[in-house]
Design a protein around this ligand. Structure first.
Ligand code: AQP
Length: 347
């Protein structure tokens, strides 16, 4: 960042604010294996270590256009969290739009973030493509809302997939610039990105150089958490690979993007390292490997999908969980917002 104000090196939490985990998923499209392996699964052990807040970031879901069935998609993500093992008694689970502090803090932080910083965000460039003039202001300002999501709770640890690293760096810069500009050292901690596991970026099954994504036009590019066993097996069978058998060193396999992606997925789902998977399948044809990867994927995703479906038969109960979560979130966020407004000089 070029601004002088953010050059000073500081500890990420000099004021010693209590540790707090914050993360979220937007309710757009279908949740996929990338969301699970890159984010949700890594949240589970954190519940026993620190207070955790897991948000369904529905305000982010409208940046590329209003979502039909937004409320149902929000419930689906909440059900996925719970089905994957998030305990809503322990962790706070809620919808972002139910806590006004996110949007209000985002406005204040919009006045802290610099246009030059946002201009560098690669996700915006990818999503806007050649249509920069026609996409919403919301899509452009999305990373500032993300900073507000975290800082509204003084979040200290943010477990995300690798694609969100740049946005987290921006959130750190915004926090520090607010603290510096208003001369309130340590007011906001600088949230630490936690990018974990052997697959911090799960790639598309159709193109090993593109991220697995909800918005990919091809459903064959991703394993959705809602896919049937047959769909999972068929997508893995059709996944692109190169003609060579599995083998070579880790560096050699990493130079083969599709092969590396499938081995990484196997490693993440089995709890092994990529090197261990390479050793087990050294010399194997992809046809054999894919059959075993499909069985493994079904054994992990199948039970989550079934629990999700069961939870979604009682929308009222999901709404009760989200309402209770929102009440708990408001209790934390509103005093921090009040302090922020005071620091910023509002009446
Ligand atoms: N392919 C991925 N590999 C690893 N982690 C991933 N995440 C997303 N895709 C992958 C992580 O999932 C969390 C929630 O992301 P999100 O859905 O809120 O936004 P996103 O990163 O923009 O995900 P998508 O699937 O690509 O959505 P669309 O297509 O709607 O933009 C984050 O922690 C993210 O890193």
């Amino acid at each position: 960042m070029t601004d002088q104000a953010v050059q000073t090196p500081v500890s990420s939490n000099p004021a010693g604010h209590p540790e707090r985990v914050f993360s979220g998923v937007q309710p757009t499209g279908n949740l996929h294996l990338g969301n699970y392996l890159g984010a949700i699964r890594n949240w589970l052990p954190m519940q026993d270590e620190k207070p955790c807040i897991f948000c369904v970031v529905d305000l982010h879901a409208i940046t590329a256009g209003f979502e039909p069935d937004l409320a149902d998609k929000t419930r689906e993500i909440a059900a996925a969290y719970i089905a994957a093992g998030i305990d809503p008694e322990k962790s706070i689970v809620f919808a972002q739009s139910r806590v006004p502090a996110h949007a209000e803090l985002a406005w204040i932080l919009n006045c802290v973030a610099r246009i030059g910083w946002l201009d560098r965000m690669t996700q915006f460039k990818e999503k806007a493509g050649k249509n920069k003039e026609r996409v919403s202001v919301g899509l452009y300002a999305y990373p500032v809302l993300m900073a507000a999501d975290i800082l509204a709770y003084r979040g200290t640890h943010v477990p995300v997939g690798e694609d969100q690293k740049q946005h987290l760096e921006l959130a750190r810069d915004i926090a520090q610039k607010f603290n510096n500009d208003l001369n309130v050292p340590g007011f906001f901690p600088q949230p630490e990105p936690m990018i974990l596991g052997p697959t911090p970026r799960v790639m598309s099954l159709r193109d090993g150089k593109a991220k697995m994504s909800k918005s990919d036009m091809s459903d064959l590019s991703r394993i959705n958490l809602k896919d049937s066993d047959e769909e999972i097996a068929a997508k893995i069978r059709k996944a692109r690979t190169d003609p060579e058998p599995i083998g070579g060193t880790l560096e050699e396999i990493d130079a083969r993007p599709e092969a590396s992606n499938l081995i990484g997925i196997y490693a993440a789902l089995s709890g092994k390292t990529k090197a261990e998977v390479l050793e087990i399948y050294d010399g194997a044809q992809f046809s054999t490997f894919k059959g075993e990867l499909a069985d493994l994927t079904i054994s992990v995703i199948g039970p989550i999908r079934d629990r999700m479906a069961a939870l979604l038969t009682d929308k009222g109960e999901i709404d009760r969980v989200l309402n209770r979560g929102a009440e708990r979130a408001v209790e934390i966020a509103m005093p921090i917002l009040a302090e922020t407004k005071k620091a910023a000089g509002f009446l």
